[in-house]
Design a protein around this ligand. Structure first.
Ligand SMILES: C[S@@+](CC[C@H](N)C(=O)[O-])C[C@H]1O[C@@H](n2cnc3c(N)ncnc32)[C@H](O)[C@@H]1O
Length: 205
């Protein structure tokens, strides 16, 4: 993590939610993400770490479903927007979410402390992703899971599903990849590679 990276995301923050899949302002897009994540997560209430949470949209969506979310981002501007969003939420949702500054690569989670590590569109940009995922898996309770949303985008940025599955497979005995071509998730047609990877942690250590 460099100060340039943080500065870049601070600059992105004010307009971040304008992308349909970021702000989930369109009810159809919001419903599509809710359906996807509810199916990928264990039943609520699960303890979820949302690493690189951005403006907190997914953290709040999951808290609305009854999950308890520890949301973290290294960009103070993102953390500020996520906190404002949380302040505007219902008391029940507010009581289930914490937002804090921190590095997703070293999130400071206690071993075996969460049921889910959720990370959308962040892993691809982290140095040494194999080591990072290893730290995340240590934070999972027995039977917990990684839920990663990534892509190999038309811009040339990102990580392929194959490579992402290999990285997760270094640590997780079960890895599932689900392509996400559905325009409902993105607010329009996409022609690049977008996907969900779920990695199941060992059921015991
Ligand atoms: C593409 S946005 C995704 C935000 C959110 N996960 C979502 O899907 O709406 C990437 C986010 O990850 C954050 N980020 C990138 N690298 C990070 C790191 N090493 N530690 C914490 N946050 C990071 C950025 O500040 C930004 O908010």
């Amino acid at each position: 993590m460099t100060s340039d990276d943080v500065a870049l995301w601070n600059r992105e923050a004010p307009a971040f939610d304008e992308a349909p899949d970021h702000g989930l302002r369109d009810v159809g897009v919001r419903n599509a993400w809710r359906e996807l994540l509810v199916a990928a997560l264990p039943p609520a209430p699960a303890r979820v770490a949302d690493l690189g949470c951005g403006t907190g949209t997914l953290a709040l969506l999951l808290a609305e479903q009854g999950h308890v979310v520890d949301a973290l981002d290294f960009s103070p501007a993102m953390v500020r927007l996520a906190t404002e969003k949380l302040d505007a939420a219902t008391p029940a949702v507010r009581s289930r979410v914490t937002v804090r500054g921190g590095d997703a690569a070293h999130p400071g989670l206690a071993p075996a402390s969460v049921d889910v590590v959720l990370c959308r569109h962040v892993l691809w940009a982290l140095p040494d992703p194999v080591a990072v995922v290893g730290r995340w898996v240590v934070a999972l309770r027995p039977g917990g899971r990684l839920v990663l949303v990534e892509g190999s985008w038309a811009t040339g940025a990102g990580i392929t599903a194959r490579r992402c599955a290999e990285i997760v497979g270094e640590w997780c005995p079960r890895v599932e990849v689900r392509p996400l071509p559905d325009p409902a998730l993105w607010g329009g047609e996409v022609d690049d590679e977008r996907y969900l990877v779920v990695g199941g942690s060992p059921t015991s250590r």
